[in-house]
Design a protein around this ligand. Structure first.
Ligand SMILES: [Zn+2]
Length: 148
């Protein structure tokens, strides 16, 4: 016996962030059935001095493999970012301005391909302050814990 997906209620799709279209439910992968995934979010707070360069960040993936769907940010000013995983897979060839790859909660960046950060691995990278002033904020990595 299976039960409907807790997130899409078996409809297999969810409203897109623009509320004008639909996207495949990322929790059940469009199956409409309950899956062994639960929403989860890793938060990376940061506090950068003006023009600070190559400031490392890291967050350990605990308890479960983590399938990432979105990366979002909030900040006081401009900065650039590079991201890699424990296996040294680099998501970009050079630091990129945050607004070119991260979204916001209201308009999240939907990753073209989900990436699984395996249990006990580390989401890591570095930040470069670009506004010329002290700059605090958060990076958030949003997805699902794979409970299987
Ligand atoms: Zn679903």
């Amino acid at each position: 016996m299976s039960r409907p997906c807790d997130v899409c209620q078996g409809h297999k799709v969810l409203p897109a962030p623009d509320q004008k279209s639909w996207v495949t439910c990322p929790i059940c992968d469009g199956a409409g059935q309950a899956s062994a995934k639960e929403l989860y979010e890793y938060d990376v707070p940061f506090n950068l001095a003006a023009n600070a360069a190559n400031v490392p960040f890291s967050v350990q993936v605990t308890s479960y493999d983590f399938e990432c769907y979105f990366w979002n940010y909030q900040s006081a000013g401009a900065f650039s970012v590079s991201i890699s995983d424990t296996n040294r897979y680099n998501f970009m060839n050079a630091p990129v301005r945050v607004e070119t790859t991260f979204g916001t909660a209201q308009n999240p960046f939907l990753m073209i391909k989900k990436h699984v950060f395996v249990k006990n691995s580390v989401i890591q990278g570095s930040l470069n302050e670009l506004s010329g002033a002290a700059n605090a904020g958060h990076l958030t990595f949003i997805g699902a814990n794979l409970l299987r």
